[in-house]
Each structure stands twice: as C-alpha cells, then as structure tokens.
Design a protein around this ligand. Structure first.
Ligand SMILES: Cc1cc2nc3c(=O)[nH]c(=O)nc-3n(C[C@H](O)[C@H](O)[C@H](O)COP(=O)(O)O)c2cc1C
Length: 157
C-alpha cells in the first residue's frame, strides 16, 4: 500500500457531483478508475468516487493547483455531465491519504450503506451548490472512509 504524508503545504480539497452518461457501464467505470488511480498517484492526488443512482460524487484532495487542473480536465469528460461544484476549501490534512482513488458503488443493503445513501441523496438533490465544506460534508466523507476501511479489512482477511 502506498501511504503519503498526511500534512502538506497548500493542501486543498473539492467535491462535486455529476450525472453519469446514461450509456456508461461497469467496464467504463473501471476504465475511469484505472486511469484515475494511475494519474493521481503521479500527482499525489487522493480521494474518493461514489456512484449512486446514475450520479457521481467525487472528492479530490492534494496540492491546490494540481487538484484544480484535474477538476478542469474532469469537467470536459463527456462520460458525465451537469457537473456541479459542491464545495472546495484548504485543508490541514488528507482524509484519503492511502487511496489514489477509492471507489464505492452504493448498491447493496447494509445499514451503513443505507445511511450513506441518504447522505449522498441529499447532495444530489440539493439544488443549492453554493455551500462550503461544512460539518455535514466532512462527516459524510469520514463516514465514507470508515465504510471503505471496513471493506478493505474484510477483503484483506
Ligand atoms: C466521474 C469521473 C471521475 C474522474 N476522476 C479522475 C481522477 O480522479 N483522476 C484522473 O486523472 N482522471 C479522472 N477522470 C478522467 C479524466 O476526465 C480524464 O479522462 C483523464 O484524466 C485523462 O487522462 P490522460 O490525459 O492521462 O489520458 C475522471 C472521469 C470521470 C468521468
């Protein structure tokens, strides 16, 4: 596993939501992830991508200029559309330091997933895109990280 220092000068994060192109299948998502992980490792960008109800929610963190440049590129990608920036802010440390790009397809039935689905729905449904990274979104990404850590432990055991 590739662990990075959590602290970094000029550390920045952003999150956005988008609608997936209706023709997008599992193999195309796998392609996105493969490329994302390769590129992000090189640029020291970490984060998490969630897929739920034909929507993506992505959280990116790393050096500000690198994250903004990547976000510009992602916005031009025709595999998704209606891209809305939900929040962006400077951060003290990474949340997803050990993931080049974590991924979760929120499809399934356990309680934790149910809870995350509710939170994701609120980000998808909220028409107001002007709010900053607030306690809810921080809480959301922490809950997501916990879920992914549990999955990783299960698959390692
Ligand atoms: C929902 C979504 C998330 C993406 N996330 C990333 C990412 O985290 N990192 C990345 O390099 N590319 C990501 N991409 C792909 C970029 O839009 C772009 O295709 C890719 O960075 C081009 O890489 P290349 O110039 O090396 O070919 C994402 C695309 C989509 C649709």
């Amino acid at each position: 596993m590739h662990y990075r220092p959590k602290h970094f000068p000029n550390m920045f994060c952003l999150m956005y939501r988008s609608k997936a192109n209706p023709n997008l299948g599992g193999s195309q998502i796998a392609e996105i992830l493969e490329k994302a992980r390769r590129n992000n490792k090189q640029k020291d960008i970490t984060g998490c991508l969630l897929f739920y109800n034909e929507h993506f929610i992505q959280y990116l963190e790393g050096e500000q200029h690198k994250v903004m440049t990547l976000y510009d590129r992602i916005q031009q990608d025709d595999r998704h559309f209606d891209i809305t920036l939900l929040s962006s802010t400077q951060i003290e440390e990474r949340e997803f330091g050990s993931w080049d790009m974590a991924y979760e397809n929120l499809f399934g039935n356990n309680c934790q997933l149910h809870y995350l689905k509710l939170l994701v729905s609120s980000f998808i449904d909220d028409a107001d895109s002007s709010y900053g990274l607030n306690p809810t979104s921080i809480h959301f990404w922490k809950a997501t990280k916990k879920l992914l850590e549990d999955h990783r432990k299960l698959s390692d055991s």
